[in-house]
Design a binder for this molecule. Sequence first.
Ligand code: UT7
Length: 329
Amino acid sequence: MKKIRAKISGVSGYVPDYVLTNAELETMVDTSDEWITTRTGIKERRLLKGEGKGTSVIGIEASKRLLEKTNTDASEIDLIICATVTPDMLFPSTSNIIADGIGAINSFSYDIQAACSGFLYALATGSKFIESGTHHKVLVIGADKMSSIIDYQDRQTCIIFGDGGGAVLLEPTEEEEGVMDSILRADGSGVKYLHMKAGGSNYPPSHETVSAREHYVKQEGATVFKFAVKNMADVSAEIMEKNNLKADDIAWLVPHQANLRIIDATANRMGIGSEKVMNNISKYGNTTAGTIPLCLWDYESKLKKGDNLILAAFGGGFTWGSMYLRWAY
Ligand code: UT7
């Protein structure tokens, strides 16, 4: 019997309309367009405005667009996995809310939280349900409303993050395509360098936690940068070696969009030229779990059946990983 693999049969995305430019950030904190551009590559990011609008708004819109373009009825979906660090509520899961929003009445659903590596973790997990033969149409979503946990008085973080996300449909294939391999890693000792301290069971919300601005992302940027450069580059080189892939065999690197300098370092280590690197950081910034599906969505028209893609991410936790994916359409 032939091995069943999980192929991506469609991708879609959603970014909110509001554009937060570097020029507007200059009016909010002590920064400059020149500093942000040279240190990160970011020019603007999107924000989801409006009361009562959570990450599910992004996930529902991306999923509806995906169902429409793949001619899929929501009732055919049998599993929804949403990667996010900004769930609508601590519970129920945002994927449950998305399932209801799109009418996926025959699906079970759950969230995965692995910060900026969340989409990779979710894609690897979702593909296992397909490979096992138990599930046939799996929706994998990566979405974040980072503006809900960003301190717009903290110039070290507010210039980086934005809101947005995307979704892919996974289906079975017996061809040599789809998810070929993945390497996923985690190191919990990294918690002190990138986290949101309060709001969980450790430090439940209180007047004190709010006054101390502990419901926002705190990042030791330079330390995270060093870990990100090393681990994202290492794990990308490792998956190439493991699968006997040379730079010429790779059509596209799809890196998490945290910082253009981290993306360049990863591509250099793999020996891949910038023309093969997906990059939309200048217009969306870092949307955490949203970056990789947003890249696939932006570059979809350039992808060809049989293209070898390497997906790579690094994020809070620390979490990191890479995936070897062969494009199926
Ligand atoms: O996606 C999840 C994982 N996260 C990442 O991968 C992010 C990794 N880190 C980074 O991307 C970078 O560390 C940052 C973009 C966050 C910061 O860039 P950096 O080159 O590492 O800057 P730095 O933190 O070392 O700061 C350099 C200087 C400091 O001033 P002094 O001490 O040299 O006088 C900062 O105070 O830049 C200053 N600075 C700023 N200046 C203008 C920090 N933020 C800003 C700012 N505007 N927004």
